[in-house]
Design a protein around this ligand. Structure first.
Ligand SMILES: [Zn+2]
Length: 395
């Protein structure tokens, strides 16, 4: 990736964050500590556009990123996340005309969201088509069809009805050239009347100084302005950008001559992105140092500390602190992850029950949105560690 902004193609980017030796894939399942220590590593060399605020990793090399069956990122085990998905469904419903419609989901994972969408919408969902090369096998139900492949026109059913929504959740941040990617998706079929993208907000990451939200896979991170620019370059007639998941994600919606009740284009103030990104990298050294010293103090006091959340945030946090961080484990409720090891840091991934059994005294939550849910889960099982959240609580 070069230095020109890949979204507006008008801004010359400036560097704002650099971090070496991070795992190329955060959600890969490692069967042993040895395998975990040998995972491929890459460099984060983030640039930002002064015009639209878009942030991209100039050191990103798509050739070394390979998603396969060993990639696990299902978050549906959490009630908080389920509530978030309900909000996404509600936004989809409100964005489309009040009549039945069809959906193409690009990057559908294991099809969970399309199935959930159908459960919520019933007959309002005429057809749902899911594409994902990481899909484990092809499954078809009455209205849903899934393809373990990249989206292509040839695979689309000939009788696909409109209005048609192109949906892509948490995919665009993995794409090196978001504009070209979206343009090619919109060419799948002329029947597409709306497109919805869900993606992390880089504004939230920078404002909250959550360095561990940067990861190698996420080479393209959006501000609301850059997401809006993306849709306007795609000649969308109406653009709506909203914040969801307590500001951590954006839902961007663009429509093409769709007669519906979508709210007006949100007004974007001209933000000073240079000063916005300033100080971010400087504070990074302090962030890692202060955590290392706090954890070593806990170790000295004979306390066992574990992080909670073996997803990308947990993997990056553990990697930033290094293998000798003093953390004893990563707790995760996803049974598919338990028994494995975090890439690079090689922290064992354990269940909450095992954390209780091992006598974990301190739990550091990777995402504050889950704090209440985790506290209630721990208290129900008689597990009473001291619990704190990253990004929201000062050391
Ligand atoms: Zn730009």
């Amino acid at each position: 990736m070069g230095k020109q902004c890949p979204v507006c193609e008008k801004g010359e980017g400036f560097p704002f964050f650099f971090c070496e030796k991070v795992p190329v894939l955060s959600n890969v399942l490692c069967l042993s500590p040895e395998i975990a220590r040998c995972v491929a590593v890459g460099t984060l060399d983030f640039y930002a556009c002064p015009r639209c605020g878009f942030a991209w990793n100039a050191a990103f090399d798509n050739a070394i990123v390979r998603y396969d069956d060993n990639y696990e990122n299902n978050q549906s085990h959490s009630d908080v996340f389920a509530a978030h998905l309900k909000k996404v469904v509600l936004n989809i419903k409100n964005s489309m005309p009040p009549s039945p419609f069809s959906v193409i989901e690009v990057g559908c994972g294991q099809g969970y969201f399309l199935e959930f969408l159908q459960q919520c919408l019933g007959d309002y969902l005429i057809q749902g088509i899911g594409f994902d090369p990481a899909l484990r096998g092809q499954k078809t139900t009455k209205n849903l069809r899934f393809f373990p492949e990249f989206a292509s026109t040839e695979l689309l059913p000939k009788d696909l009805s409109s209005p048609l929504l192109l949906l892509s959740r948490h995919v665009i941040e993995h794409v090196e050239k978001p504009f070209q990617f979206m343009r090619s998706l919109l060419k799948l079929t002329p029947k597409i009347s709306a497109a919805m993208l869900e993606t992390p907000s880089v504004e939230w990451i920078v404002e909250n100084k959550t360095y561990f939200d940067f990861c190698y896979e996420h080479c393209s991170l959006f501000t609301s302005q850059s997401l809006s620019f993306l849709f306007s370059r795609l000649n969308s007639s109406k653009i709506t950008i909203i914040k969801i998941f307590k500001g951590q994600y954006y839902l961007g919606l663009g429509t093409w001559d769709l007669d519906n009740n979508v709210s007006e284009n949100n007004t974007l103030h001209n933000k000073d992105f240079i000063s916005f990104y300033d100080d971010f990298a400087d504070a990074y050294a302090k962030f890692a140092e202060s955590w290392i010293s706090v954890i070593s103090r806990w170790v000295h006091e004979g306390k066992k500390a574990a992080l909670w959340g073996a997803g990308a945030k947990g993997v990056m946090f553990a990697s930033m602190l290094g293998e000798n961080s003093g953390l004893v484990a990563a707790i995760d409720i996803n049974p598919l992850k338990q028994g494995h090891f975090l890439p690079l840091s090689a922290l064992p991934i354990i269940s909450p029950q095992e954390a209780l059994y091992r006598g974990v005294d301190i739990v550091v939550i990777m995402n504050a949105n889950y704090k209440r849910e985790i506290e209630s889960m721990c208290s129900k099982m008689g597990f009473k560690p001291f619990i704190m959240s990253l990004g929201t609580e000062n050391l």
